[in-house]
Design a binder for this molecule. Structure first.
Ligand code: GLN
Length: 419
């Protein structure tokens, strides 16, 4: 059997290809020379499988889709509190290149519009020999598992016409948000926008964000879960500029667009999606890209607000043994809803002296709240007179969380334990 996913993606592209509305970005001369017929789509699951269709090998410049990743890197470098002192998180409802600041604090409203992105660029790590843009290029290369390069022509072309971004830079320097030569920072920001990617690269980068910062392929933790949450939140509220409300209600996927025609979308816990087609609408978002996302979201039920029902099957099995021992095998993800459901089941364990074994081996993730509630449940079972054993062979419970409960945790698989 062949999975139908690639056929479905090809079908969506076919349908959207007919739409020839929109115009190429022309304020960056090099982008006005792009082939307007290009169309591509890629989807990466959180276990690292990539499906793609159309011009999926064609490179184009990342442009504003670099902004969420630069924001992530800046937070990872300085901590959220320090970044929040320089850039807010309020949707501006304005165009991406608006020359504006938050009224009260005189800082950019959010990191997705240019004023916020230029400021965020200034917060990227850098050394004498390694520029901020180069740091970001390396970081993005790590995220997509491929060595990315700069598009020198697009970079030079935008530099020549960077009057608006330069004026934003000077404004930021005037109010003290930028502390260095604004020209240098703006040039670096423009270079950051000129990193070349394909839709497959973007989908893979998106899947790392969808996966809470963990690279689905290598298993390496590249970003903290909290950082991903912050980045996805501002993508949701500010990523599509003055079309953000429309996007949230129709598509409902945290996303970011770029003027070269790309859009990256991230559905937490599920997928990273990227599209590319160069013609833009009046907000600067790819016309076909928006249409593709609208279709995917409705066909595949990807709207965030649909709310996936939590796994009802958190208890894989409950087995009773002759000696009175009861073994619960759990499967899936332990968040509040699942843990509440599980503890409600445990309430049915009659008060007594039997042994209760909680086998966590097949859980994929335990959220903080899940761990805290689980330990509370363990304590209450013990108070009822039970002997409790937690099997945590995959070490899902962190050191911190399991502190003080060492005596109930056994790091082994159920079959070894039962021997
Ligand atoms: N480099 C572009 C700019 O700063 C990026 C804008 C965008 O993609 N929306 O104008």
């Amino acid at each position: 059997m062949k999975t139908p996913v690639p056929d479905y993606l090809a079908h969506v592209l076919d349908q959207c290809h007919a739409n020839t509305e929109g115009a190429l970005a022309d304020y960056i001369p090099e982008l006005a020379a792009a082939n307007p017929n290009r169309i591509a789509l890629a989807l990466s699951t959180i276990d690292g499988t990539i499906y793609s269709s159309g011009d999926d090998e064609v490179e184009f410049t990342i442009q504003s889709m670099s902004k969420p990743f630069a924001y992530a890197l800046a937070i990872q470098e300085h901590g959220l509190a320090q970044v929040l002192e320089k850039v807010g998180v309020e949707p501006s409802g304005e165009a991406f290149n608006q020359i504006s600041l938050e009224k009260e604090r005189s800082i950019p409203k959010n990191p997705m519009i240019n004023s916020g992105a230029i400021t965020t660029h200034s917060l990227l790590p850098h050394k004498k020999t390694v520029s901020r843009a180069e740091h970001l290029r390396r970081f993005l290369s790590e995220l997509c598992g491929r060595k990315l390069t700069f598009d020198e022509q697009v970079y030079q072309s935008e530099l020549k016409a960077a009057f608006r971004n330069l004026s934003i830079g000077y404004m930021l320097r005037t109010v003290g948000v930028l502390e260095e030569d604004p020209e240098h920072i703006v040039h670096g920001y423009i270079q950051q926008c000129a990193i070349k990617v394909t839709v497959k690269d973007l989908a893979r980068m998106g899947s790392v964000l969808a996966n809470g910062g963990k690279d689905p392929v290598t298993g390496k933790c590249i970003l903290d879960r909290q950082v991903c949450r912050q980045v996805l939140s501002v993508m949701m509220t500010c990523g599509m500029y003055d079309a953000a409300g429309d996007w949230l209600t129709t598509v409902g996927i945290p996303a970011k667009s770029g003027v070269a025609g790309g859009i990256i979308g991230v559905l937490p816990g599920q997928v990273g999606i990227a599209v590319f087609s160069p013609k833009l609408d009046s907000h600067g978002n790819s016309v076909r890209g928006v249409e593709i996302f609208e279709r995917l979201s409705s066909d595949m039920g990807l709207h965030l607000m649909e709310g996936t029902p939590s796994a009802q099957t958190i208890i894989q099995s409950r087995r009773e043994y002759d000696d009175g021992m009861v073994v619960y095998e759990l499967r899936g993800v332990l968040q509040f809803t699942e843990t509440e459901m599980f503890l409600r089941e445990l309430q049915n364990e009659p008060v007594g002296k039997n042994k209760v074994v909680l086998d966590l081996t097949h859980l994929t993730l335990i959220h903080d709240v899940g761990a805290r509630m689980l330990f509370e449940g363990v304590k209450r079972l013990q108070d009822d007179g039970h002997r409790v054993v937690v099997l945590d062979a995959e070490s899902l419970l962190s050191e911190q969380q399991s502190k003080g409960h060492k005596r109930v945790i056994v790091q082994q698989h159920l079959h070894d334990y039962l021997k």
